[in-house]
Write a protein that binds this ligand. Structure first.
Ligand code: BGC
Length: 251
């Protein structure tokens, strides 16, 4: 074999395993291929989340997105609902038919590579927490995601559907529908109040705020709180493969 081709082979192996990181959201399903350090290897693609986003429609879109990207050896999925061992239990902002859907197994079969799925706020947090002490991640998008991390280990929360304000839940008051209905000023006042409540309830060391609507925060955040960007969230797609006692489905 010519020396040149040996070099090429070595170089192409260095960047593996490549991860196709998918984020299933209430308004869009996004995908990007990352190198082992979480650096994007190509352009992010996005397909609008269809109305009544059933398991069939969503898995079909994920397969389409996978086809639009270059090679990858594994897939990570952040999903907007409760999951255990790769099985979905709820998806309040998607369509019908998700309860007990074996998402991880189905995707591994369709995509023919190992797949790990986790709640979207868990994935976002895994990408940005320091791994020290008590850290809370919330995400502001269609829904309200929340995950607590103890020395880097995620404990999934569903604050979204808990009472927060005047009998309304966190998601009723801070989800995308609330932002549209109430306007930015009111939404920000409520968010500031929610941050105060969360601090009292969890006494976290650090709070991270992700999700598309975090960009509308226009007030000064406490010193233990910061907004995290999409790119940091993507790193969670890599962190999912570190061992947290999680499992994976392969074909
Ligand atoms: C769901 C959570 C999810 C959040 C953000 C909520 O409605 O119950 O599981 O993390 O939305 O997508």
């Amino acid at each position: 074999m010519a020396q040149g081709s040996v070099k090429v082979i070595r170089r192409s192996r260095q960047g593996t395993p490549r991860t196709l990181a998918i984020d299933v959201g209430g308004t869009g399903i996004k995908a990007e291929v990352l190198d082992p350090d979480g650096k994007p290897l190509d352009e992010r693609t996005r397909v609008r989340t269809p109305k009544n986003a059933t398991p069939r429609k969503v898995t079909r879109i994920i397969a389409e997105l996978a086809n639009m990207h270059g090679a990858f050896e594994r897939v990570s999925v952040g999903f907007p609902g409760v999951l255990k061992d790769g099985v979905v239990y709820s998806a309040p902002n998607l369509g019908k038919g998700w309860s007990s859907f074996t998402l991880e197994r189905r995707l591994a079969k369709k995509l023919k590579v190992p797949v790990r799925v986790a709640n979207d706020a868990d994935v976002q947090g895994l990408g940005c927490v320091s791994g020290k002490g008590l850290e809370l991640t919330i995400t502001l998008g269609t829904g309200f995601g929340s995950t607590l991390f103890i020395d880097g280990r995620p404990i999934h929360l569903e604050l979204a559907h808990h009472p927060f304000h005047k009998g309304k839940t966190y998601e009723d008051e801070l989800g995308n529908r609330a932002l549209k209905r109430k306007g930015r000023a009111k939404w920000q006042r409520l968010l500031r109040e929610a941050i105060g409540e969360l601090k009292k309830a969890f006494n976290y060391d650090r709070l991270y705020i992700g999700g598309g609507n975090a960009r509308y925060i226009g007030f000064k955040l406490p010193s233990d709180t910061r907004v995290v960007g999409n790119e940091e969230g993507l790193l969670g797609g890599i962190a999912l493969w570190r061992d947290h006692g999680s499992h994976e489905a392969s074909e």
